[in-house]
Design a protein around this ligand. Sequence first.
Ligand code: GLR
Ligand code: MG
Length: 438
Amino acid sequence: MRRDGGGLPVTRDLTIAEVRLTPILVADPPLLNTQGVHQPYTPRLIVEIVTADGVTGLGETYGDTKYLEPARSLAERLIGRSVMDVNGLFGIDLAVDASRVEGGTDAGGLRGAQTADKLRLSVLSAFEVACLDAQGRALGLPVHALLGGKVRDAVEYSAYLFYKWDAHPAGVAAEPDEWGAALDPAGVVEQARLFQRRHGFGSFKLKGGVFPPEQETAAVRALAEAFPGHPLRLDPNGAWSVATSLKVARELGDVLEYLEDPTLGTPAMAEVAARTDVPLATNMCVTTFGEIKEAFTKDAVQVVLSDHHYWGGLRNTQRLAAICAAFGVGVSMHSNTHLGISLAAMTQVAATVPGLHHACDSHYPWQSEDVLTERIAFEGGRVAVSDAPGLGVELDRDELARLHRRWTDDDGALRDRDDAAAMRVADPAWHTPAMPRW
Ligand SMILES: O=C([O-])C(=O)C[C@H](O)[C@@H](O)C(=O)[O-]
Ligand SMILES: [Mg+2]
């Protein structure tokens, strides 16, 4: 218990008095993936949980409409509960509209199967993080201490390379983009050099599934020549058949740290894994606890990329890491257009995971806008683990208001991320590709 200067216990009223939900639209460059291209602005939801004596905890999650509806219902039901009652939070019967999700895939297929429970957890995770942040601020402890303590002082991230255009299509309102185009091996290497110069990253992941595999293989070869000995990954988001996956694994086996989701679904991943020594990583076929058994018993994946948003928060991320350790499966982190609150949360939990042997993914360098008073810095590709109370970040209210105004001003076209629709602006004939594409 904290004590005041005279040694007396300080009592805190940790009852939740207010919950503020702020949907925002943040700038996103024209990054290409197998579904299409990123919209010029992407939705996020910022959660603030305020205690009776004025401590505010921050959380962040996906901001599409399907997340906002359950978030609003949850926010109302939290008033009067304690920020300490995180187990109780997960026990709240949070009804989500299953018809919106069941049988579908997440983000047009980039994040695996969508289920009502995964949607529920993706919402709850932001509230869990906000509760932990509030607890930490109230108790004067960093979130990692609330999670059992850090086992490292810095968390390594990888450069997340994308094929990209130099700008969004003509006529589309967008923020200036200083990265330039990357549409061939030379462009990819140039982008990697920029990432290394700006942030010191030592490992590189290329988002693939955009061009035929020969072109992407050539880009990874060019990276291997430019950065000899550095860990490299290629992630086509399931765009390849088993045969194509095996061909790429043969051609790049000597330079790849792992291949990420070369093909769709656990059975196909297991087939690939059985016939190559290249480790397979996933943020698509193992995205929920229910998917673990089949994948691990079939030895379909060797690395799971956790994402605290859809796995249901920081404590579930620790549980996932423990299960992976028991099965000898590696663990790392998936990332998706998140801002600094989530990067701080990822860093706090990653600091507590003992067997984290792979650099985590982060889109953060692509996000030119943030809602923090101070951006989080990568030094030598690492984020220092904050020991400040809570997540160790502060909200920039003016920026939050500005990005929220962008959301309210939007006619609804951008409030639900749709990479295929964004691609149709440039190519009206574009449709979501049938998988496997190659
Ligand atoms: O598979 C992955 O690593 C991702 O899903 C990350 C993102 O969705 C990425 O593909 C994107 O945003 O285009
Ligand atoms: Mg992936």
